[in-house]
Design a protein around this ligand. Structure first.
Ligand code: CP
Length: 312
């Protein structure tokens, strides 16, 4: 699959496509402007809560000059039983060129891709515990900012691995790009297939070797009631969190990342969220430029955007 019409899984893109997206995001951050060849209409359809992804896609749409619509599933006719597929076809009939969708169903887009009547562009803003490809792109942009390479970097992804689409899509793409991936967190939350991307390690034994310490949010909303009742934030923080004493072991040039929202003093000490090592708010800034790059690439491939040139 290429990025021609849709952006659904960053791990299906070629290295050149990823490199171009990263370069383009950097160019947008440096003030690059593009011109649309015709009016473009884009709708955001979020079935799960979001602040960063939703707002930064909307910011990216506005910065590129797209007309953006916010469709609230709670007030849409999906509440009367209309399917996702019919909703997508309805929005297409009304004139949308592009839909950005977050949905709790892993692989929500597969059925839509198989429908020959759906021709508008689909962008995955997170599918269940599958992928979060625009987050992965902004994470790549943030790591590239810092190290100008991926190959050979030691990256730790720490925390609630079993529920994290960020962990899955980041680990897969970073391994593909040559990074060495280490996982830690509660062993019972470690999916065995993550062995395909890296190895499970003791956080305290690996932290001094890491270039990137990527902490994950504990996704209480995805835990079953029994686990929620037995979850104790202080205990989690002590055993798996990025405490000040663990952070003191980090390399001088290592960075802290977190996709956010952050549970302060659960996954990471509150004092570290805005510390010199942290790139957490930088990730959010880069999210706008990464999403501009995704939208612009799709529009360019469809001939809807004036030519742009990536600096190499
Ligand atoms: N990181 C991320 O996806 O944040 P939101 O859930 O706020 O979009």
């Amino acid at each position: 699959m290429t990025i021609k019409n849709n952006f659904l899984n960053i791990n299906s893109l070629s290295n050149d496509e990823i490199k171009n997206l990263i370069l383009l995001a950097h160019e947008f951050r440096n003030g690059k402007q593009v011109k649309l060849n015709q009016p473009i209409y884009s709708a955001n359809l979020f079935f799960e809560n979001s602040t960063r992804t939703h707002t930064s896609f909307e910011m990216a749409q506005r910065k590129l000059g797209l007309q953006s619509f916010d469709i609230n599933p709670q007030t849409s006719s999906m509440q009367k039983g209309e399917s996702l597929s019919d909703t997508v076809k309805t929005l297409q009939a009304i004139g949308m060129n592009c839909l950005i969708i977050r949905h709790k169903a892993t692989g929500w887009y597969k059925e839509l891709l198989a429908d020959p009547n759906i021709k508008l562009s689909l962008i995955n803003a997170g599918d269940g515990s599958g992928q979060h490809p625009s987050q992965s792109l902004l994470d790549l942009v943030t790591i590239d900012d810092e190290f100008k390479k991926f190959s050979g970097l030691k990256i730790g992804i720490i925390g609630d691995l079993s529920h994290s689409r960020v962990a899955r899509s980041d680990a897969e793409i970073l391994k593909h790009l040559g990074a060495q991936i280490y996982f830690s967190g509660p062993k019972e939350w470690y999916p065995k297939d993550f062995n395909n991307f890296g190895e499970y390690v003791n956080f305290d034994e690996i932290i001094e070797k890491l270039d990137v310490v990527m902490m994950l949010r504990v996704q209480l909303e995805r835990l079953n009631q029994e686990l929620v009742s037995s979850f104790t934030p202080n205990n989690y923080f002590k055993h798996y969190g990025l405490t000040e004493s663990r952070a003191a072991e980090m390399k001088k040039d290592a960075i802290i990342m977190h996709p956010a929202p952050v549970n302060r003093d659960v996954e990471i000490a509150s004092s570290l969220v805005e510390s010199p090592h942290s790139r957490i708010f930088r990730q959010m800034q880069n999210g706008v430029f990464a999403r501009m790059a995704i939208l612009a690439t799709i529009l360019k491939n469809q001939g809807l955007l004036e030519e742009y040139k990536c600096k190499s």
